[in-house]
Design a protein around this ligand. Sequence first.
Ligand SMILES: [Zn+2]
Length: 457
Amino acid sequence: MAKAPPDTGAHPDPAAHQSVLAASEAHASRAASPPATEEQLPDPARLANMLQRLSEIAGDGEGAVSRLALTADEREAHRVVAGWMADLGLTVAVDAFGNTIGTLPGQRADLPALGIGSHLDSVPQGGRFDGVVGVVAGLEVVRLLTSAGRQLQHPLKVIAFVGEEGARFGEACLGSKAVVGQLQPGDLQRLRDADGVTLGQALQALDLDPRQLPSVRWAPNELAAFLELHIEQGRLLESEGKAIGLVEAVAGNTRLRLRVLGRADHSGGTPMHVRRDALTAAAEIVLGIEQLAREPRRRTTVATVGRLDVWPNSITTVPARVTFYVDVRDVDGDRQREAAQDILTLAQQVAARRGVGLEAEKVGDSSPVVLPLWLRQRVRDVCNRLGVSHRVLNSGAGHDAAILARLLPAAMVFVPSHQGLSHCPEEWTSIADIATGVRVLYHTILALDEGLLENNG
Ligand SMILES: [Zn+2]
């Protein structure tokens, strides 16, 4: 590994680097110097090459990736990763839902596996790092073990989950929900994309078998522990100059669908005072939601209206109907649901005052997840031993690890996001920072392989 240039704190403009590798060479590392003893270190060029290759699948060549859940593009990414898994000597399996799992045997087949993984899909016009970082990290950990000639006691599984982003079907973490049994056969018909394609139909179109959904489910002891390396998608680490974020809790979310019912009228012939304009009422509600979420007492609550459908959506017609979605998130479940309830009350008040109708429906509700303390402390101990700077933080975004945490011990390790940008072509994390994350993961796997045996015999 080439010696990293001194950290100037300056990041290159991501747009100026079309290649992930070029960005890596231009950027400095936050990592501490490697210890004097011979240590297997992640190879930045390998990491960059894998990320570059994946960014070319449904990428526009300028940083944007549109590799939506359960599409041929996502399958292509899974095939590429499966090829890399096989090259590393892993036994590759694809379950009926499309999750790709590569297994490295341990010395003891009776032990549950350790797991590393994340997802390969993106949002429309998303970035090159969200998800894929956690999968290539797993592959690099396997390579480090192999080149060090080490065989773990536990098997090690590298896992690429399907459909983590909720962008296509409105529900996130589909692959990880399938393995923990949180996705029911009814969901295959219930969940539809914007074109009306159901989740079940999407699976079938990719030669996956939705009828086998129950077979995808894992036993509770499938993994002894799961680690997900992910970009922060926030700006805490960068602003504090920390290399690693140790996630304490992952926010839950409550999603509401609100429909404001006004009356269509001619935009020229209808005086202002007799209108029942659904859009101006919706606008007042949207601004009220922003104000409500900003109240100091809410602290960690965030609320977003990101989609609004106006009907008939005509320049010369007073809007008759507006349907919009509210996404409320918090790491405190009580606050999350209280905010959602307060938003409903606010919407009802605005609708009554403006003489428009209101229909409200809760379309999603998931609780925040606190990740297990002991596992986070293992990662923290590794950071301390390696001299890697770190801090504890929460995740506002949902992740596969939070879903798995309902079944088994899971930890999330964040690496810095440049300016906190994510879900956009400007999303960028330096290869040096990713390599630091992989180094922490590698040593955590080694520590767990020993430590879990001491605990369990
Ligand atoms: Zn992600």
